[in-house]
Design a protein around this ligand. Structure first.
Ligand code: HEC
Length: 126
């Protein structure tokens, strides 16, 4: 009986750590990405370079974590590809905003919006 309880406890711990290892991309995390993305996109429209840059830099960091998540997950080529693309597009927003090229920044932001949807089509269950 005691052994069985110990076994159950261990199973729970392992299940917990497996969850922790793959939980980077969860609802809270994604809601943060969505808020930051919307803020960046509207700042680009308003030609608010300061906010757009801060948000795009934040998105770069967040999507780097998403890359990490899909690399660790394994067998998730599309997830790695789309999150790397999202990092690159966030970077492109930073660079184009720095050059005051808000049209190119808006184009990068629109493409980023499409990358969200592509990844959700593959990995997000409703
Ligand atoms: C590389 C994959 C990937 C990319 C890129 C991605 N997402 Fe997600 N997103 C997911 C996955 C997986 C979920 C489901 C998470 C869950 O429910 O645990 C999700 C869920 C969401 C949700 C729903 C959260 C909820 O309340 O259930 C929102 C909102 C969201 N993403 C916004 C975005 C936005 C905005 C972008 C782009 C700026 C984006 N995502 C880019 C993978 C991605």
């Amino acid at each position: 009986m005691k052994t069985k309880l110990a076994y159950l406890a261990l199973t729970a711990i392992f299940a917990g750590s497996a969850y922790a290892a793959t939980s980077a991309v969860d609802e809270d995390f994604m809601r943060n990405i969505e808020d930051t993305f919307k803020s960046a996109d509207s700042a680009i429209g308003l030609k608010d370079a300061k906010t757009a840059t801060a948000d795009a830099k934040e998105l770069e960091k967040l999507f780097a974590e998403v890359v990490d998540h899909y690399v660790k997950k394994g067998d998730a080529e599309e997830g790695v590809k789309l999150s790397e693309k999202s990092v690159a597009l966030s970077k492109q927003i930073v660079v184009t905003v720095a050059a005051k090229d808000f049209d190119s920044a808006a184009a990068a932001s629109a493409e980023l919006g499409r990358a969200c949807k592509s990844c959700h089509n593959v990995y997000k269950q409703d």
